[in-house]
Design a protein around this ligand. Sequence first.
Ligand code: SAM
Length: 212
Amino acid sequence: MRLRNKPWAKPLIAANPQWVITSPNEYRGKWQDRFPRKQPLYIEIGMGKGRFIIEMAQKHPEFNFIGIEMQTVATGIVLKKQLEVQLPNLQLICANGANLSEYFANSEVAGIYLNFSDPWPKKRQAKRRLTYKSFLSQYQQVLQVKGHLEFKTDNRGLFEYSLVSLNEYGMKFDKVWLDLHASPDIEQNTMTEYEEKFSAKGQPIYKIEAHF
Ligand SMILES: C[S@@+](CC[C@H](N)C(=O)[O-])C[C@H]1O[C@@H](n2cnc3c(N)ncnc32)[C@H](O)[C@@H]1O
């Protein structure tokens, strides 16, 4: 997803450092200080326009959430929403998730969400996929021992690749869905923007829940 440049996004982010962090390395090991309550921390990498992370923070005041997004415009769109709802348990990071272990200390994170990650279908682009082994090793570092990874996609190729990549890395699968929206578990599901679009077209949504 590439969004057209919006000149307001960068200044809006710069004016709201209480909600958005652009140099996350500075908070490594200290993320709980950014929230009024110390409670388990869940992160989403590639939050896009933020529907999922905002709804999760609203549904779960007992957890802290951080949405990570490398596009300034998308982060600015989520920030606008956060300025309206002012959720105390939600912080945003505008940075590349490829450097996750520089942003979070070992075991600082209780769970990681990857939703409709860019598929990068060409073989030479595999290293950019958020389920590539270099990402998995960073997830393993920052996650607590019982921490888990949740991954949803409409893209069959990325789903098949991710099953193999997680398996080769030695991850354990807790649950796999080949059509999440046809499952009774849909009751507990929190939708993303992409999920709404693709499920409305009748495309199956694949999901994996796994841990190290
Ligand atoms: C296809 S969109 C999906 C957005 C949203 N998760 C959804 O389901 O509607 C993927 C998003 O991930 C972001 N992204 C991709 N790679 C990333 C990375 N390494 N770090 C941070 N964000 C990333 C992209 O900029 C884009 O906004």
